[in-house]
Ligand binder design. Sequence first.
Ligand code: GDP
Length: 427
Amino acid sequence: AAEKPLLRFITCGSVDDGKSTLIGRLLYDAGLAPDDLIEALEKDSKKHGTQGEALDFALLVDGLAAEREQGITIDVAYRYFATEKRKFIVADTPGHEQYTRNMATGASTAELAVLLIDARRGVLSQTRRHAVIVSMLGVRHVALAINKMDLVDYDEATFRRIEAEFRDFARHLRFLSIEAFPLVAKDGDNLVHQSAHMPWREGLPLLAYLESVEVDRGALVQPFRFPVQWVNRPSHDFRGFSGFVCGGNVRRGDIVRILPIGRDTTIARVVGGGGDLDCAVAGQSVTLTLAEEIDVSRGDMLASPASPAKVGDRLKARLLWLVREPLVCNKSYLLKLAARTVPAAVKSVTARVEIETGLAAPLTEEGETLAFNAIGEAEIELDQPIVCDRYIENRETGGFILIDRVTNETVAVGLVTEAEEAAKSAS
Ligand code: GDP
């Protein structure tokens, strides 16, 4: 049987909009929550005094999250579930303003964003900020979850007004689809089942929509990209290169280009967890061997010779600044892209982007850089060339982070818009 298609989505909203309740209730109504968890939940809900009432569905999600967080602090909780029709990976990120970083992490792999809005409060600046960030990170589909409709008397006009306001605001954000849902996450209205309270609502409930929405999984038809994560040499007669296919596919016998050296060679074997494969596609982890003995190291890339990745030590990029300490131009940060980490300095910030509109705006002050939560266009110089793509062509080989060399903190998320080699452009 064919594999079920996968949808990756992210939930975004302010604290208390009902994100945990929504996911918890969705899993529960679809019969997808593990039994022992439901039992624990029933106990917990009783403990919290909601006896005889609905379960507290936020507890269900927090329970899962806590499990995943044991012993290790993770910023983004990924939750997996599957229905008959589709597999899902949900990135759940905390709603506090200072957690933009987590949102960016979750959004960079998502195809769709569920943006939560409290029906009483409508579109807030936080909603606009989330929409701008997910759009910037390449999320092209939005499910606008207008929640707590019970607190506005299930009023259609309120729902329509919020939907219209969001659509108007999002016009220039390049979303391919926006679908709005009037919800009561707490009661499950329009999540798995149509709501009896909102007969005016036409269209699918949220889960059915998530099961059927068509998103472009462009990665499969992209040119082949394989950043080498590590060199695998268990014995003298085996030398393989292990990593993750970040674009396209690869077969035994394919000619590939080794970057940055630019030499072409043939794939001898494609080895997966269970042995040799004919083919591996985007999303798979494999080990590749080459027909010739060539020195390939961690951080190099195997790519399609017909449309190879770029090699560059001068990048133009869009940066989202994540920390309170502002960007310092000419300071040495570490830039990590795919399997490669190199020292890099931002030479200048050339423009900034209004985070609440997504529109470019001029820099207002002499020497202005990027402050907390700001987005800007920057020119970056690397100590050594890296192999990359433009982010709009490949999110995995075109997205990077900047790390502070002293604190080891991730200070920015970056998207490559152009890459070139200084030595080449000078000659
Ligand atoms: P989160 O911070 O976004 O994860 O929000 P929670 O899921 O924890 O929900 C915040 C509060 O809103 C909780 O008290 C929920 O019970 C409540 N809540 C969630 N959805 C609804 C809803 O549709 N209607 C009403 N009235 N309350 C809701």
